[in-house]
Design a protein around this ligand. Structure first.
Ligand code: AMP
Length: 287
């Protein structure tokens, strides 16, 4: 496994692969890797001739300086984990490689309405920052496929929207959410929770799962309130938003019959750690 820090070395590697006609997979991450990230990596290794994993804590997508400062970083451990997975290249650049002098960090992408709701509303500028870094990584790595976790459900919709307007031919591969045995969705931020908070945080998935049953005999709004009230009742919990949306447009639905794919997306503060998760109420059928 090669660890590449500079753009010029990466470009040489990528060009070489292209000339050999190799299919490549890219897994963009911010490091502090866990089994969720590794599931994306394994899928990419399976699907492609070569896999590039990027490790870069992208300052442009953080709207809260404190969050950026406390975001966990453990590159040496990440390298060890990735070396066992058959990864070909880890791209671990410093900020000036991703955003060199003169690079337009304020470039705005057309991300449509999917970027305006939920995370878009609560984290101003976040998705523009995500689009900026993912676009840059796509330009540099020119992957055949790129792997993203469904934990960040809205992020996948936003990246697809970004691709519609960019001259990039990348297949987006969404991957299932990986959870702890307790049900808590794996997240690099989980390590910022105290042991007690981490145990309590399992309630997020437990309540969401319960709400799928509840939904069978209740309206969308009753289901929404069920989740918010149950979680807000817990010490140290504050639901920032919980929205039940059409899985394609990400706009709130009022009736269960309104869309073929219906997803509940939640953000909860446990203490001062911001956790996100989601659950499907209704799934698209093959026919
Ligand atoms: P991050 O390092 O948090 O930016 O995440 C990098 C990628 O890993 C994103 O596509 C995330 O959606 C994905 N990811 C993070 N946590 C999980 C998880 N628990 N299950 C599946 N994918 C995940």
């Amino acid at each position: 496994m090669q660890i590449i820090e500079s753009v010029s070395e990466l470009l040489t590697y990528v060009e070489n692969g292209k000339q050999k006609g190799l299919k490549s997979g890219l897994v963009p991450t911010m490091g502090a890797l866990h089994e969720g990230h590794l599931s994306l990596v394994r899928q990419s290794v399976k699907d492609n001739d070569v896999t590039i994993v990027s490790l870069f804590v992208n300052p442009v997508q953080f709207n809260n300086p404190k969050d950026l400062e406390t975001y966990p970083r453990q590159p040496e451990q990440d390298f060890k984990l990735l070396a066992r997975e058959g990864v070909d290249v880890v791209f671990a650049p410093v900020e000036s490689e991703i955003y060199p002098e003169g690079f337009d960090r304020n470039r705005k992408f057309n991300l449509g309405k999917v970027a305006e709701v939920m995370e878009g509303k609560h984290r101003p500028g976040h998705f523009q920052g995500v689009a900026l870094v993912v676009n840059r990584l796509f330009q540099l790595c020119r992957p055949t496929r790129a792997y993203f976790g469904l934990k960040d459900f809205q992020q996948i919709a936003v990246i697809r929207e970004m691709l519609r307007y960019e001259d990039l031919d990348v297949e987006i591969v969404p991957c299932p959410i990986v959870r702890e045995e307790s049900g808590l969705a794996l997240s690099s931020r989980n390590m910022l929770l105290s042991p007690a908070q981490r145990r309590e945080a399992a309630a997020i998935h437990a309540v969401l799962k319960e709400s799928v049953d509840f939904a069978k005999s209740h309206s969308v709004e009753e289901t929404r309130r069920f989740v918010v009230e149950r979680l807000d009742a817990k010490d140290d919990f504050k639901v920032e938003y919980f929205e039940i949306v059409d899985g394609l447009t990400l706009l709130p639905v009022e009736e269960w019959t309104e869309a073929a794919l219906i997803v509940g997306c939640i953000t909860v503060y446990v203490g001062n750690v911001r956790l996100i998760d989601n659950i499907q109420y209704k799934q698209l059928k093959a026919n």
